[in-house]
Structures are given as C-alpha cells and as structure tokens.
Design a protein around this ligand. Structure first.
Ligand code: G3P
Ligand code: CA
Length: 329
C-alpha cells in the first residue's frame, strides 16, 4: 500500500512534474511552433525573394508603356497609379550633359524631331537619324514625345531624369538604366558621373536613404556598372542585363564580381530555368524582362506569363509594359 501510495505519490509527483514540464516545455514548444509557423508564413509571403527585393516585384518598363507613350511623365504617372514597385527610366544624355529619359540613342522613333529639326540628322548606314547627343536640352524640350503613340498624348515632353525623380520619389522605387554609356563616352560625356551626382543631390545615393524610394541601377554595360562601383563608390544594388545566348554557371560567378543580381531576358530563363536557382545560390536576385501583352511566348495572357515566371520559375522581379496585369499574391 505504502509502496502503492509511494508509487502513486511518486506517480502523482511525476505527474505533477510532467504537468509542470508539459506546461513549461509544452508552452515553450507551442511558442516555438508558433514562431516557426510565423517564420514560414513570412517566407511564404515573401516566397524567398532575394535582396534588394522584399517581395515578388513589379517594375513598370519605361512606365506603363503599353498604354501611354514610353518614358513620358504620363507613362510614369500611370505606372504609379497601377501600384508599381519600381518605375524604369532608360537614360540618355543631351549635348549639354543633362540626363534625359529615353530608350533610344536617337530621337526619331518617339518624337517629331524630323519635323522640328529636319536638317539636323546624321546619316548612319544610309538611314537618317537624330542622335540625342546632338541636341541641347532646350531643343529636346521643343519636341512632341506623345503623338507617335496616340493623339491623346500630343505635346508630352521628353522628361529629364530629375523630372522623373520629382514625380516618383516618395511613391515608388526607381531603377535607372545607363543606356549606351560608351556612346556618350566617345563625346567626352560621363553618364555614370552624372547619374551618381543626380542621385546624390536627391539623397537617393545610399542604400535605404529613402525607404519609400529604393534605387537599383541596371545596365547591359559591365564596364559602366564596374565604373559605378569602383570609380564612384556606388553602393546601391546593381543588376546586370543580358539577352539570349548560351548560359553557364561560370558566367554568374563573373557577374557576381560587379553586380548583385542578374537581369536576363525571358528566353534565357525559359531555355535555362536552372539559372534562377544557380543565381539564388550565389546570393544574386533574378529580374526578368520584358513582359508585354501580345508577346507572351505561348501563354494565354501576359498576366499568366508573369505568374508562371514568378510562381513556378521563382524569379524575383519582372519588367512589364503592362503593370496593371501584374499577378498579385
Ligand atoms: O532594362 C530592362 C529592359 O528594359 C532591357 O531592354 O531595351 O527595353 O531597355 P530595353
Ligand atoms: Ca531598359
């Protein structure tokens, strides 16, 4: 009996200890489990995107350029209206060294330069072109950069990079591309210096200097990106653009020496889906271009195409002409 009682007492004591332990460690385990679940929840929300991104990211390519003329304030405003995380300006330079937002090195595709300045062309390969670098800003400001897209946009101007910043700062991130910087170098103009100075004067030159307007720099020019890092001490995130071609892991290692992320076009990722994991394994983000309605590589819609790249192929960010079609979680 005594033994039984003892046993019971021991049993009770054991039960009490167990209960206490359960309460103590069970509670701890529950707290731990909750923490794990919360972490998993956070992971699934962010779906493991790599810095500088914090979620699957929408970049408005040349603004909302499917609807409004590319690289006009109207296109950038529309991109903001659609909740773009970043707005993209491609950068060119005027003769008087002002950064302007334009995709081409010449003005004739997206402005009425041929009408306004009919004699100011240069002949290249039997074709008349009007290089941006041949014109001062005040001349470029005389051009209509909207009518080519639609008469509704008649009178839209080529914006300076500063005007683009004034519109977007505080509302979204900015991802400027140094476009054909070597061309400007040939004229003694320094695009990287101008870019860094503009960012600095807007207090956008350091990581997290404006949480509402993170800045990422992109280029097809490795030497431009290297110059930004080494000559100008740029510590902003940098992504390297490249198009179709053969892919090897070794290429990524080389890119990592001067960039934080890769930005291949869609074809590279479709042909080599392993590139995403390979880049992520090296700590590099993957930004893919360019998603546009009507060019959807066999997908039913641009939304479906972006969804495939973001959810199945696990890319971190997409450039799109159609920011209104971005698939949100
Ligand atoms: O910068 C990403 C994508 O825009 C690259 O192509 O020619 O449109 O500048 P492009
Ligand atoms: Ca671009």
């Amino acid at each position: 009996m005594r033994d039984t009682n003892r046993t019971m007492a021991i049993g009770n004591a054991t039960n009490t200890v167990c209960r206490r332990r359960f309460l103590k460690y069970g509670l701890a385990a529950a707290v731990f489990q909750a923490a794990v679940s919360a972490t998993r929840g956070a992971e699934s929300k962010s779906t493991n995107v790599l810095p500088p991104y914090t979620k699957r990211t929408l970049i408005a390519h040349r603004g909302a350029s499917a609807e409004a003329p590319e690289h006009t304030l109207a296109a950038y405003e529309l991109a903001l209206k659609y909740g773009s995380d970043f707005v993209e300006p491609d950068l060119q330079m005027t003769k008087d060294e002002v950064l302007v937002c334009l995709h081409d090195t010449t003005l004739e595709r997206t402005t009425n330069v041929a009408q306004v300045f009919p004699d100011r062309f240069v002949e290249t390969k039997g074709r008349k072109t009007w290089p941006v670098v041949s014109f001062k800003l005040e001349e470029i400001k005389k051009l209509d950069a909207g009518s080519w897209k639609d008469r509704r946009f008649a009178g839209a101007k080529v914006p300076t990079f500063q005007e683009m910043i004034d519109l977007v700062k505080g509302k979204a991130g900015i991802i400027p591309e140094t476009k054909a910087p070597e061309v400007y170098g040939n004229y003694g103009l320094n695009m990287e210096k101008a870019l860094v100075e503009t960012l600095r004067s807007n207090t956008l030159d350091a990581l997290n200097s404006n949480p509402k307007t993170p800045v990422i720099i992109q280029s097809f020019s490795a030497s431009s990106l290297k110059a930004l890092r080494t000559e100008y001490g740029c510590r902003l995130p940098i992504v390297f653009l490249f198009g179709s071609g053969n892919y090897s892991k070794e290429q990524l290692t080389g890119i990592k020496e001067f960039a934080d992320g890769i930005a291949p076009n869609k074809t590279v990722v479709l042909d080599h889906p392993e590139i995403v994991n390979d880049a992520h394994a090296l700590g590099m983000s993957v930004t893919v271009w360019t998603f546009r309605a009507g060019q959807t590589s066999g997908f039913q819609s641009v939304r479906e195409e972006m969804s495939h790249f973001l959810q199945q192929l696990k890319v971190d960010a997409v450039f799109t002409d159609n920011p209104d079609q971005f698939p949100r979680d």
